[in-house]
Design a protein around this ligand. Structure first.
Ligand code: ADP
Length: 461
């Protein structure tokens, strides 16, 4: 508020004082011209009437001087060429020498009008005889009190105006300051609540007066929504993990309790139950390993180490490694290398990502089906397509399958041994390679995943 007042009032005050000075100067200059003009008229009249040299006209001369001076409100003094006062409208100086600088200047050089230190104006015009000789001078001395009065009046008006402007600007500024700070205060209150953990609080967006504030509020709201999502997905994740680990633990508990309650159980039963317990422990280990991988990917604990590799070979190795699993299900695993491609990848992570896709293809395709891996590229990206002729997925599932622990058919997937973490790992890994993954699928017809990764990646982030 102070800044606004300083910016608007100070220049106004400075400006008006400059205007005052200029106006005053103008009035004084005009008055000087007027007085000099009057002095000249007088000088001409004195010459024509021959007042200086005709002693008989003294009375007429006196009257003339007095009348004109009274009329004009000033004092008139007439001196001869020696500076002796011949006539004075005040009658006090007659006969005395009156050689002030202005008179000397007028007699020597040219007519002059000058403002005196006490505020009066002296205008002196020389009197010339018919031959053009300077024979005297007329001095008009005026105290222009009317100018001072005029100036005082102008100043008064300007100051009243200034006071009005100051109060109007002050009120406006106060009002604006209030309008600007009020929503900010409200925003602060809500933001503080959000910071305290009340993530459901939101700022009013439409009630704010400014576009910028609307945008800030919208951003804060978006941030709070994100925080809420993160919070709920964290809770969801913890509950999923607990649930996933609880199921094998319950099985182990049931199996071991049954054995404990049957001290005379036959050896075959022990072997069978221990086998089941063992596979439940394997499953828990698998879940925990997948979780650890994901957590490490999230924390970026394992730095991405891009090395230019021949992808034909890397993917060929994956296919070769998974060929026996496909073979055991009588699935035809095909590898189609359309181009010879080299790209910057982190081989371990890349292998994990593509293996998950191929393993899924084999897992979710019935005996006798086909899983096909295609390697292709353009001048910027490499495209790895993994398609199968398997059970496929419904359209509405496609957006969810990359979520952690998301499995479409829990009972069926438990049999196939999935943890629901494979695609989450693949997704994170592809993002780390600055790529993208797309899925299309039709129930009972098959699924196609397309992974795109830029050919060039840099280790420097
Ligand atoms: P999982 O370990 O259960 O396979 P994923 O994260 O790899 O977990 O996959 C999530 C879910 O997506 C799977 O449970 C499965 O229902 C579905 N899915 C993944 N790949 C395929 C596929 N090729 N065909 C059909 N369904 C698939």
């Amino acid at each position: 508020m102070l800044t606004y007042i300083a910016v608007s009032i100070v220049p106004l005050v400075m400006f008006s004082s400059v205007i005052f000075k200029a106006t005053e100067n103008y009035y004084v200059e005009e008055r000087k011209k007027e007085l000099l003009n009057q002095a000249n008229i007088f000088a001409g009249h004195i010459t024509i009437s021959d007042y200086l040299f005709d002693a008989e006209k003294k009375g007429e001369f006196d009257e003339d001087i007095e009348n004109t001076s009274t009329e004009g409100g000033y004092r008139t003094i007439v001196v001869d060429s020696t500076g002796t006062v011949i006539n004075d409208s005040n009658r006090t100086e007659t006969g005395k020498m009156y050689l002030i600088p202005e008179i000397i200047e007028a007699l020597d050089n040219k007519d002059i009008a000058k403002l005196q230190p006490n505020g009066s104006i002296y205008a002196v015009a020389s009197i010339a005889d018919e031959a053009g000789q300077k024979v005297g001078a007329v001095l008009i001395a005026d105290m222009p009190s009317d100018i001072a009065e005029k100036m005082a009046e102008i100043k008064h008006q300007v100051y009243v105006l200034l006071a009005m402007v100051v109060s109007i600007v002050g009120c406006l500024v106060f009002w604006f300051a209030h309008i600007i700070t009020e929503p900010l205060n409200k925003m602060m209150q809500v933001i503080e609540k959000i910071a305290d953990g009340h993530l459901d609080q939101r700022l009013p967006v439409k009630q704010l007066n400014y576009h910028e504030m609307e945008m800030v509020s919208q951003s804060v709201n978006d941030m709070a929504t994100k925080l809420e999502q993160v919070d709920s997905s964290r809770q969801q994740f913890v509950s999923n993990v607990s649930h996933e680990l609880k199921t094998p633990l319950s099985s182990i508990k049931v199996l071991s309790e049954s054995l404990l309650m049957m001290p005379d159980a036959p050896k075959e039963m022990y072997v069978e139950f221990m086998g089941d317990i063992n596979s439940e422990v394997d499953r828990m280990t698998e879940i925990i390993n997948d979780l650890l991988t994901l957590v490490r990917l999230d924390q970026k604990e394992i730095p991405v180490n891009f090395v230019n590799e021949n992808l034909n070979k890397v993917i060929g190795d994956i296919v070769k490694r998974l060929q026996p699993i496909a073979g055991s299900k009588n699935i035809n695993l095909v590898y189609d290398e359309i181009k010879d491609v080299n790209a910057d990848i982190d081989e371990t992570k890349f292998t994990l990502a593509i293996s998950n896709l191929v393993e899924n293809g084999i897992k979710y395709t019935d005996d006798g089906g086909e899983v096909k891996v295609v390697l292709d590229s353009d001048h910027q990206n490499v495209f790895i397509t993994v398609s199968d002729t398997g059970i496929g997925m419904a359209e509405e599932e496609l957006s969810k399958i990359f979520q952690r622990f998301y499995r479409i058919d829990k009972t069926r997937d438990r049999e196939t041994g999935g943890t629901g973490l494979g695609l989450a790992i693949t997704h994170s890994t592809v993002l780390m390679h600055n790529g993208s993954i797309k899925v299309s699928s039709k129930e009972n017809e098959g699924t196609t995943f397309v992974v795109r990764i830029p050919l060039v990646n840099s280790n420097l982030k």
